[in-house]
Ligand binder design. Sequence first.
Ligand code: ASP
Length: 283
Amino acid sequence: MLNSKYNKLSPCCLFHYHVYKHVAVFAHPSTQFYTFTPQNTTMQNSILLISSSAVHGYGYLECNKDAILRLTAGITTPVLFVPYAAARSEWDSYTDKVRTFFSTLGIAVKGIHTVERDRMFTDHQVIFIGGGNTFRLLHELQQQGLMDPIREAVLSGNMRYMGSSAGTNMATRSICTTNDMPILYPQDGFDGLNLFSYQINPHYLDPDPATSHKGETRDQRLAEFHQENDTPVIGLREGAYISISTDFATTHELYIGGINGARIFLKGKTPYEAPVGEAFVLT
Ligand code: ASP
């Protein structure tokens, strides 16, 4: 399945990143050293994971418009939009909002709730899962039996995937590093689509040393995650995105772009800043 994954993608969406001949070493104030291995790569990005659609100073999705343009390059079908992170009463208006943005790119949008089941995966080259409440989103996708078909459509190369916030959480190994409250109980558990076999914490916020607030910082919550789990977590600040290809689970090669960057959280290690603007593998 994985070998045929790009055969339906237009060549113009296959991106080539710079060639790096050395290994970068980043020092952290704790004096621990971590290495990233920049990749000699012809990485093909068909999965775009955005931290947030709303970024201070930008219109809806505008901040990552360049990356969205690259992901959607060459498509000839409407984007299939999944509004299930929002309340049912908002599915239409949410779809309209997404439609307004994509119209500026000359791309049509269909709400998945208006499309017949047997046309969902045949008539659309890009699926976009939008933000909202991650538990509600997972609950609805499970109820409709859509988790496996979406995963299969993306990994087989039939569909490119774009997620924002809750939709980004959905692409990861599990939704356990969401910021959301469990307002609904996803009966089949917390597993995500596992297109990105690490975790992401979207809207990542750095600790504020000046605050008098005593609730857990995001770093403390992610440290708690690592008391119980081993999976690496990327804290993706608002304005940043992760771009990967469908064989991430094998290559672990990723690219972080946009603005504001990201922080990497590994079990038992001091969190550190991710490289931005180059493809790399975490080692
Ligand atoms: N509620 C967020 C969103 O979709 C997801 C998160 O913060 O984990 O905007």
